[in-house]
Design a protein around this ligand. Structure first.
Ligand code: ATP
Ligand code: MG
Length: 194
């Protein structure tokens, strides 16, 4: 089985995330994708983030009808969420799967700063999804420099340029970038109010 892993803070999950998962699945013929909201990203320890239970719930809503599984592994474990731990956990449960980590441009460009990234690429390939239409040159330059260490796939995609940061600033302005159920959840729970 070819399993994709897509981690993130998902504060909130948006159509760029969904596009990344759908495109990676098609482009790489993945059998399933596991979406894993982080308890705390190692790169966001100093930032105020929304309660994990809300982010987990919104992630379930956003990916609702897709071929994905939403994993509560990192949220339940607590503490700083390291991808190598998550990957190790899944490899124990599904030892016969081939693993592909799905990453947006920024995550891929910063990947060499990740905790134990060399161990990650020993057991997983990388699938990179553009966030903006002019990302491909940066991606291919970096892919060239690490392709002797692991397999890097560039996902064919029509990028959706949006970030959770923009949405948190003004959810109603970015409504079109959210699934309806996530927008309703934000409203109902009074999230991202200043
Ligand atoms: P924030 O602005 O809070 O950092 P974000 O939009 O970057 O939020 P994250 O939860 O940080 O979302 O990202 C999780 C993963 O999704 C990362 O690999 C990131 O690169 C990727 N990603 C985020 N937005 C997009 C997008 N619009 N298109 C493709 N990939 C994306
Ligand atoms: Mg981000």
């Amino acid at each position: 089985m070819k399993l994709g892993i897509f981690g993130g803070t998902f504060d909130p999950p948006h159509k760029g995330h969904i596009n990344a998962v759908v495109s990676a699945k098609e482009s790489l013929s993945l059998d399933r994708v596991v979406v894993v909201p982080a308890y705390i990203s190692p790169f966001k320890v100093k930032r105020k983030i929304t309660e994990p239970s809300h982010r987990l719930e919104m992630t379930k809503l956003a990916f609702d009808t897709l071929f994905t599984d939403i994993s509560a592994y990192e949220v339940s474990k607590g503490g700083v969420s390291y991808t190598i731990d998550t990957l190790t956990y899944f490899r124990k449960i599904y030892p016969d799967s081939a693993y592909t980590l799905i990453l947006g441009t920024d995550a891929f460009l910063g990947f060499d700063k990740w905790y134990k990234y060399r161990e990650i690429i020993e057991v997983a390939s990388l699938a990179v999804v553009s966030r903006n239409s002019d990302d491909s040159e940066k991606i291919s330059e970096r892919a060239d420099s690490i392709k002797n260490l692991c397999e890097v796939f560039t996902v064919k995609v029509n990028p959706i340029s949006v970030s959770s940061t923009q949405i948190r600033e003004n959810p109603s302005e970015y409504k079109d970038y959210l699934t309806e159920n996530v927008y309703e959840y934000i409203e109902k729970n009074g999230l991202y109010k200043k």
